[in-house]
Design a protein around this ligand. Structure first.
Ligand SMILES: [Fe+2]
Ligand SMILES: [Fe+2]
Length: 244
């Protein structure tokens, strides 16, 4: 996966300054990028999860770049690689991470912008407008002000980045709760972060000669409306991990 990330940065970026910026970040943070989780709890919360999340998002933005050629591929790739880079200082380590002091007080969105500015300052004549747009990609990736973004996405590339990020996180969560479910019925236990149980029954009908699988009725609490906060509605983001 690391080799694929290096390949995307080397072969898919167009501007030399963007390639150099990303190669410097991979050099400087490579060990942590390869080993850290992407979050304490919600998604990709295991050693190596950070790299998995970044590579998955890089592949996704390549898809959207091919589908919508007007999009700036450099901003998309840099956004995928850099959007969560602040988590490498927000989280305490690869295994059983907690929030660091700077993670609690500043948070990964702003830490990430600081890292970007620091690395870009070492590249002579880095174009200032491009740097501002890269900062916007990081600062807006959580999508909504109340979800921890100082700014909402205001360029097409940052809209792509936000939705690809949200989709990758939610898919990782949904697939893991189905894999790890201890419920015997057609549905998993209700997941706190998704605010719902997931269907885990068969997608294909059983052959006629086989008796149907017995399914347990849903318990009331599996489908009880948890209220807007836990539904991921207004005021609650899936990507925004509430910190103590
Ligand atoms: Fe994030
Ligand atoms: Fe992310």
């Amino acid at each position: 996966m690391w080799a694929r990330l290096e390949e995307i940065v080397r072969d898919k970026t167009k501007r030399r300054c963007i390639r150099e910026l990303l190669e410097r970040v991979l050099d400087q943070y490579g060990e942590r990028i390869r080993s850290y989780p992407a979050a304490v709890e919600i998604h990709h919360n295991y050693a190596g999860g950070f790299l998995e999340h970044v590579v998955s998002m890089s592949e996704a933005v390549l898809h959207y770049s091919a589908r919508f050629p007007a999009l700036d591929i450099d901003l998309l790739i840099a956004g995928a690689v850099l959007h969560d880079i602040g988590k490498l200082e927000e989280l305490s380590g690869p295994v059983g991470p907690t929030y660091t002091t700077v993670g609690n007080l500043i948070g990964h969105v702003v830490i990430g912008r600081d890292i970007l500015r620091e690395v870009a300052s070492g590249i002579p004549d880095f174009p200032p407008t491009l740097l501002m747009l890269l900062e916007h990609m990081i600062l807006s990736h959580q999508g909504q002000l109340e979800w921890g973004s100082p700014k909402r996405p205001k360029i097409p590339e940052s809209i792509v980045l936000h939705f690809v990020d949200d989709l990758d996180a939610k898919l990782n969560r949904a697939l893991r709760i189905i894999d790890n479910s201890s419920s015997q019925g057609d549905f998993t236990e209700r997941d706190y972060h998704l605010g719902r149980p997931m269907f885990q029954g068969d997608y294909d009908d059983q052959p006629q000669e086989s008796p149907p699988n017995p399914t347990e009725p849903l318990s009331a609490e599996q489908f009880e409306d948890p209220g807007p906060e836990e539904r991921g509605g207004k005021g609650q983001s899936f990507l925004f991990e509430p910190q103590g």
